[in-house]
Design a binder for this molecule. Structure first.
Ligand code: PBG
Length: 330
């Protein structure tokens, strides 16, 4: 016999695709994916977002078509964002029953009955200044903003949303939304809170998608400092106490340590959002042929899942679901 006298040879379990799939520890499934959609006014509108190739602003009819196509690919949940016809100081269109998101919820519940409808609850897409709340000078007023968020969440529930997802990072909004939903008989509507949402440069392309870049200043007074993780646990603990059913970490790939700490500390349904900038980086590198896009996509999503995310919100949902269906495992 030549070579080393080894008893333990980890490579044994990597010799064939079949063996590798037997010992695989993390299995990504399309069931875990949530597909974000940007809903606009009009009919027959399908407008690509330049910094997010393959992602479109869609009118309600097109959002229904896109959801049906996603369902056919194996995606079972969508997350709706809206662009209103008009913006104002307080983002009043956020709670308008006739606005694109509320209309899309009703259409999807009717025409895509087996798809779970999640809605983003925030004011930034609806305010003329692009901030997530009501302002007093340059200060975002927490408690007044929460009242507006509650109206928006209730309007989503009235339209038929299964899950509302407050993304504003105001204090106390989960409890206020829970109480308002319950008072109106919507005790089955779940809350997925953006609990540990960081003040991130990776939201850049999203702000182009919904035209919500703040007119002045930034979001540092409410979104979290990227340097902190103990604070993420405090935010998550508060949202759970207030009644959140699912808690989210956002962005995803640069915050795997936070996902892992949140999951291993609380053992609650945990979501992670692979945000617009994460998507845009992969797309841009793929367009330059600098990365194998399909592999980089699945590797990133697997890493997010491996870190502890049960649910992954991703613009890649359709592509990933198709790739997973094709893949027999290598
Ligand atoms: C706020 C919201 C944002 C995102 C989701 N909800 C933007 C922000 O906080 O500025 C970002 C999503 C992404 O970048 O993909 N309504």
């Amino acid at each position: 016999m030549s070579g080393l006298d080894l008893v333990r040879r980890p490579r044994r379990l990597r010799t064939t695709s079949g063996i590798r799939s037997l010992v695989r520890e993390t299995r990504l499934s399309a069931d875990a994916l949530v597909y974000p959609l940007f809903v606009v006014e009009g009919h027959g509108v399908r407008r690509e977002i330049s910094s997010m190739p393959g992602v479109f602003q869609l009118s309600v009819d097109e959002a229904v078509r896109e959801t049906a196509a996603a369902r056919a690919d194996g995606v079972r949940a969508v997350l709706l964002f809206g662009l209103p016809g008009g913006k104002d100081d307080t983002g009043s269109a956020a709670a308008d029953p006739a606005a694109p998101v509320q209309s899309a919820i009703r259409a999807l519940r009717e025409q895509c009955a087996d798809v779970t409808v999640v809605t983003d609850v925030c004011l930034c897409e609806y305010t003329s200044h692009g901030h997530c709340g009501v302002l007093d000078g340059e200060r975002i007023l927490n408690d007044v903003t929460v009242e507006h968020l509650v109206h928006a969440a209730v309007s989503h529930a009235e339209a038929g949303a299964h899950i509302v997802a407050p993304s504003d990072m105001m204090d106390g909004r989960v409890a206020a939304i829970r109480a308002a939903l319950d008072a109106r008989g919507f005790d089955d509507v779940a809350i997925m809170s953006y609990a540990a949402k960081y003040c991130s440069a990776f939201y850049g392309p999203f702000r182009e998608a919904v035209d919500s870049a703040p007119a002045f200043g930034d979001r540092r007074t409410h979104q979290m400092d990227p340097a902190n993780t103990d604070e993420a646990l405090r935010e998550v603990a508060l949202d759970l106490e207030e009644g959140a059913d699912i808690i989210m970490v956002k962005p995803a790939l640069p915050y795997l340590d936070v996902i892992q700490r949140v999951k291993s500390t609380f053992h609650q349904p945990t979501a992670a959002y692979q945000v617009s900038g994460e998507y845009a980086m992969l797309k841009a590198a793929a367009q330059l042929n600098w990365l194998d896009e399909a592999r980089a996509m699945l590797e990133s999503l697997t890493a997010i899942h491996r870190a502890g995310a049960d649910i992954i919100i991703t613009y890649y949902a359709r592509e990933a679901a198709r790739a997973l269906a094709e893949q027999s495992g290598d």
